[in-house]
Design a protein around this ligand. Structure first.
Ligand SMILES: Cc1cc2nc3c(=O)[nH]c(=O)nc-3n(C[C@H](O)[C@H](O)[C@H](O)COP(=O)(O)OP(=O)(O)OC[C@H]3O[C@@H](n4cnc5c(N)ncnc54)[C@H](O)[C@@H]3O)c2cc1C
Length: 553
């Protein structure tokens, strides 16, 4: 039937000029037999495999398809003809966008004798901590994420001005969990999850094709035994007009690259003859919106860059560059009051203008505050916290106060079986009686670690398969203990607040020793020895030679 449909569609596509088929027998890696068939349509050669899978079902591969480093054809992923057969695709009438569509290529449910499959959505702090610890003798694992690396976010601001190189803060997922690269039934898929069917235990995905695939958008399905959602959060813009279009966010390495490029471009443009004073002031006005730790750290890095590097290397324009930090309330509101005062004094001393205000709208070269005043800028970085992502909002799952995926004390999504959520995308349900935890790497990491232990316990009691963990005792629930907060403020100074909560008593330090603690703590937290080495070398190089100011790309 399927063969007939391919032929029919190909026939239509080629105006009825059917060619001839020649087949040769092939044996796929799994031992299933296959035929590689060649068809010739009026001079165009199209090859496809007729793949006989273990269960005896027939499916068709137009060719072995490689997608962002993964090979669909060779590792037992069942595909339907029209998803792989480009010519037939164009002639199909049915919509490929419906999740119910049985034609999506599918990584099918695990079979008896195979290890249960854990599907992890995301490659951030929570997902990577979970992946790192997961016992792969108990589970196969599939990680689905639009990026193939984890970002070490606490040091991301340092890459924007060249204190650190970008590669120093990016950790490839396959190095965090080697099974993803080595195990025959474990995969990393470069894709975004677009939907979940919790009854069928399937996730629906769209590959990050980047224009490289013959069909885009390219959708596929993955069946899971257990699902871990760790898809993070999105920057909050409060619906303010123009933010998404004109401001930079700082969450990904690509964001840091864009910020660095814009900063260096503006500096170099201002050197050109004939640029007016007014334009120089606008181009070299760096505005940061949001006085939380990220906004403050970025402002501190910028002021450091200006004091040390711009003054030496951009002598003609050094007097035009300024940094303004706009915050609606107080900066670093979660820190101890003494530390807040220290940060305010320190930033002001090193040239950061602190403005209390609310942004009303953002235009290409200026923003407007709610008091009506205009703030021209050449670089605008938006850092006002995070909220639930569009993906999380779209899921038909219970939600915590604030709209994150609602979880219980064991990080399960209680109304559905075999689904867990961790990190910035998850929050305790109201009836659990615990507050939603802050969007922090230390929360995400701790939740990932807790889930590792839970999965080991479940796996060892044969509860790894779908719908099989209901009666397994889960042990103690997750408890979060805050270890404190740190933020660097530039010029070898930082804040360390070791209080467990905002109102608790505890040690708080500011100054050079704190800066040393900040650096040492993060150096030890960097995931791999390779990146730890990069970070240490980058810091030493910057100290001795100054920051790299080449504008590449
Ligand atoms: C600049 C910066 C500095 C920070 N500094 C600190 C700090 O010093 N200390 C601290 O505790 N916290 C810090 N944080 C906060 C911390 O980084 C976050 O709380 C943490 O990253 C949350 O981890 P997560 O795994 O939940 O989400 P993330 O790390 O954001 O990861 C989410 C992952 O999900 C993927 N994803 C998104 N949508 C989908 C989808 N539809 N399908 C599949 N995958 C998807 C993303 O690509 C990403 O890989 C900082 C954050 C930033 C931005």
């Amino acid at each position: 039937m399927a063969l007939a449909r391919i032929a029919r569609n190909a026939y239509r596509r080629h105006g009825g000029a059917m060619g001839t088929y020649t087949c040769e027998r092939d044996v796929l890696r799994e031992g299933a037999s296959a035929h590689r068939c060649h068809s010739s349509f009026g001079g165009n050669i199209t090859t496809f495999n007729q793949n006989v899978i273990a269960g005896g079902k027939l499916s068709f591969l137009s060719r072995i398809r490689t997608l962002g480093g993964m090979n669909f054809g060779s590792r037992g992923i069942r595909t339907a003809p029209q998803c792989q057969f480009a010519h037939a695709q164009t002639a199909m009438v049915e919509s490929d966008l419906e999740y119910e569509n049985p034609k999506f290529p599918t990584l099918e449910a695990t079979k008896p004798g195979e290890k249960p499959r854990v599907v992890v959505l995301g490659s951030g702090w929570a997902a990577c901590r979970f992946l790192k610890g997961l016992d792969t003798s108990l589970y196969d694992v599939v990680c689905i994420s639009p990026r193939n690396h984890m970002v070490f976010t606490p040091l991301l601001a340092s890459t924007c001005v060249g204190t650190l190189e970008f590669r120093s803060v990016a950790e490839p997922v396959s190095q965090i969990q080697s099974a993803l690269a080595k195990e025959p039934n474990s995969y990393f898929f470069l894709a975004s999850c677009t939907g979940i069917d919790t009854d069928k235990h399937e996730v629906y995905c769209e590959a990050v094709g980047d224009g490289r695939l013959s069909q885009e958008p390219y959708h596929f399905k993955v069946s899971y035994d257990k699902l871990v959602i760790a898809s993070g959060a999105e920057p909050l813009t409060f619906g303010i007009k123009g933010v998404k279009e004109h401001a930079f966010f700082l969450r990904e390495v690509t964001h840091a690259q864009e910020i660095r490029k814009r900063l260096l471009l503006n500096l170099m443009l201002c050197e050109s003859p004939g640029i007016s004073e007014e334009e120089k002031e606008q181009l070299l006005h760096c505005v940061v919106v949001g006085g939380g730790p990220t906004g403050v750290e970025f402002s501190g890095e910028l002021s450091d860059f200006i004091m040390r590097d711009v003054r030496q290397r951009y002598v003609h324009v050094k007097n035009y560059i300024r940094v303004t930090l706009i915050e609606a309330n107080e900066i670093l509101s979660s820190f101890d009051v003494g530390l807040r005062q220290y940060a305010t004094k320190h930033l002001t001393k090193y040239g950061v203008r602190l403005v209390r205000g609310v942004v009303k709208e953002v235009h290409p070269n200026k923003l407007v505050l709610s008091d009506g005043s205009d703030v021209p800028y050449g670089l605008l970085v938006w850092s006002t916290g995070v909220g639930p992502s569009t993906f999380v909002r779209s899921l038909d799952l219970p939600k915590s106060p604030g709209g994150r995926i609602g979880i219980d004390e064991w990080l399960r999504v209680p109304s559905v079986e075999d689904v867990f959520a961790i990190g910035d995308c998850a929050g305790f349900l109201e009836h659990v009686g615990r507050p939603v935890l802050p969007a922090l790497a230390q929360v995400a990491e701790r939740e990932g670690k807790f889930l590792v232990e839970l999965f080991t316990r479940i796996g060892k009691q044969d509860g790894g398969r779908a719908f099989s963990a209901k009666d397994i005792p889960l042990g103690d629930p997750f408890v979060y203990k805050h270890l404190g907060s740190m933020a660097s403020v530039g010029r070898y100074k930082a804040l360390v607040d070791l209080r467990q909560s905002k109102d608790a008593k505890g040690l708080s330090l500011a100054g050079f020793i704190s800066w040393f603690i900040w650096r040492s703590a993060y150096l030890t937290r960097v995931i791999s020895w390779r990146n730890r080495f990069y970070v240490a070398v980058n810091w030493a190089t910057t100290l001795v030679f100054g920051r790299d100011n080449s504008r590449i790309g």
